[in-house]
Design a protein around this ligand. Sequence first.
Ligand code: MG
Length: 276
Amino acid sequence: MRLRFGSSSWISRVLLNVGMLACGVAWATQSGASANAQEYLNGIEWQPPSVVTPGATNATPPSDAVVLFDGKDFSHWKNASNWKIEDGAMVVGRGAITSTDEFGDCQVHIEWSTPTPPKGSGQGRGNSGVFLMGIYELQVLDSFDNATYHDGQASAIYKQTPPMVNAMRKPGEWNTYDILWTAPRFKEDGSLQSPAYMTVLHNGIVTLNHFELKGDTPYSRPPKYTKHSDKGPLMLQDHGDPVRFRNIWVRPLKPVVGNQVRKPFLRNGDKETPIE
Ligand code: MG
């Protein structure tokens, strides 16, 4: 009985303390709310973000995407007469193909699959490439259990950097690349103003995180930048292997626009205090 009394008393004290703590939290919240009467305003008048309707899945083109290939035809591609379409996928034939549309900063979704059963090894196995602006290669290769130089494996910027991880699916399965591309900028005199950057998700896994490109991506010499126009086509490489591509779409990216209509300030009720 004494034990029960003692126990109940202990519980009462705990409950009391919890109650006080709860009061304390409530008070702190009120206090915080009171402090939040001061609001920071940056003085920028933003243009409203345009509304984009997402696709049924994240692989489905959203409402503002330029669909370059939906499984039906090559109407958005040049030089594709030697490529073919099988089961809704394009199959690499002789010669690289380039998109008729051209892009600067953009988001790219592309799905690809390497031949099964796999043939060859190293760079000779399931090799193709996605070239941003027709110049900068994101490598496509069967890198599932296939050793090669690391800055030449799938999801590498060719001869510049390996991917952070190897996120490859088996030959014959479909891989996805979701690419964020920042185009390089050039000055009037042809020199580089700002480099290109690429972020890549390979099968939903980040393999390149805002990687700064050193220039183009040739096999036989160091990378370099050569002034080109603000936009360029997407190019898919012919490296002699019947790699398949499907579901290709691009979203041109526009910068957020805002006007600094006044200096940043703090507002508390009717009182406005400029931030120096
Ligand atoms: Mg390649």
